[in-house]
Write a protein that binds this ligand. Structure first.
Ligand code: ZN
Ligand code: ZN
Length: 392
């Protein structure tokens, strides 16, 4: 079996048995089996089923961290593929099975190149990326100290089933993915008869006013080149036409691309909501949910990663990412502490049109595993070359 075939086999085995959240026992077992026999120092997580592996190079030097997330999503797979999920309602719809296989492949390749390594490589196999803050928990459990010193650089990748042409690697300096926070607003008044609003305190018109005011606030407050996206995705109030309810409630997702805008958005949106409620004599309760921070690439590291893609895979395989993507990532917690780069990889299958193919998280998403050995090779080159750079 070729290296590529082995990676495909591992990826498909992970795909058939997807697991959600922080506890991925079967996935962890498969990763440990894939790493078995390699000269690695392996530890597993306490609060989550993570795997941290350290490879010591032949010469002393700093450490570089490579990361893959391993969790799936509560999605029922509709894609008609031979390696379809065997678990009802669970699917690797975000392609983390590919990330895991690529990193296991890199561990194998780098184990064979210890003589080239001036320093150590930390392999971070992470559960719970899809909302459970697995990266943050691994940091709390010491992944950044696994080699004995904080890594000088960290790299991660994410496959896309759509938009990006197959086999293309993209990244950019600065923000690469959004911060995703939530705001839940409850407007409280006093219910009554629909025919006599003057005897009640109607929360609905004020709540509607807040929804539109939030959009106005965003367009009048933030630089269009440091955008803020606010979407009210749910709005609930009342039961029938002639009853004024006691309260109205809505939920908002807030995407930002800089720490400054993120802080200002939180303060401003809450102020607008409260102010409008108060103007109408209502009380407004704002519950702000902190999500993942902005994923920010170090410019030197993203330039370096781009150079390695061009040299290792070919000039045509790299494309500069023009704008950040509006998704979010908990690798951002690693990049808050370690300079590094996060790359986006086009993995749309050849029989689909990248412009229209179903996106990540869709029940019909498909990812082409032909890119696995390229991904593993790129992780490997990034580690070898970055350690060589540090030695100079
Ligand atoms: Zn996802
Ligand atoms: Zn993902």
């Amino acid at each position: 079996m070729t290296f590529q075939e082995e990676l495909v086999e591992l990826r498909r085995s992970l795909h058939r048995e997807p697991e959600v959240g922080l506890d991925l026992p079967r996935t962890q077992e498969k990763v440990l089996a894939a790493l078995d026999g390699l000269p690695l120092e392996i530890t597993t997580g306490e609060r989550l089923s993570s795997v941290t592996a350290v490879l010591r190079g032949s010469r002393p030097g700093p450490a570089v961290l490579l990361r893959a997330d391993m969790d799936a999503l509560p999605v029922h797979e509709k894609a008609d593929v031979p390696y379809r999920s065997r678990v009802d309602g669970v699917m690797h719809a975000c392609g983390h099975d590919l990330h895991t296989a690529m990193l296991a492949g890199a561990a194998r390749l780098l184990s064979g190149r210890r003589a080239d390594l001036a320093g150590d490589v930390v392999f971070m196999f992470q559960p719970g990326e899809e909302g459970q803050e697995g990266a943050k928990i691994m940091i709390e459990e010491g992944v950044l100290d696994a080699a004995g010193s904080t890594p000088v650089a960290a790299y991660g990748m994410h496959v896309f089933s759509t938009t990006i042409p197959r086999g293309l690697f993209l990244t950019r300096g600065g923000p690469v993915l959004a911060a995703a926070d939530t705001l839940t607003v409850t407007v409280r008044g006093r219910g009554g008869h629909g025919s006599s609003p003057h005897r009640a305190l109607d929360p609905i018109p004020a709540a509607c006013e807040i929804v539109t005011a939030l959009q106005t606030h965003v367009t009048r407050t933030f630089d269009v080149f440091d955008p803020v996206v606010v979407t009210v995705g749910s709005f609930h109030a009342g039961t029938t036409d002639n009853v004024i309810p006691d309260e109205a409630r809505f939920e908002t997702t807030i995407r930002t691309f800089s720490a400054e805008s993120r802080d200002r958005a939180r303060d401003g949106l809450v102020r607008v909501a409260r102010g409008i409620g108060e103007a109408h004599g209502l009380t407004v309760e704002c519950e702000f949910g902190i999500g993942y921070p902005v994923t920010v690439n170090d410019r030197t590291e993203s330039d370096f990663a781009a150079e390695i893609v061009r040299e290792h895979l070919g000039a045509g395989r790299f494309f500069p990412l023009p704008n950040p993507a509006t998704g979010s990532e908990d690798f951002s917690y690693v990049l808050e502490r370690v300079p590094g780069a996060f790359l986006i990889v086009g993995a749309c299958p050849p029989d689909r049109d990248a412009a229209t193919a179903p996106s990540n998280h869709s029940a019909e998403a498909e990812f082409d595993d032909a890119i696995l050995s390229d991904g593993a090779g790129l992780f490997t080159e990034l580690a070898v070359r970055r350690l060589a750079l540090a030695a100079h």
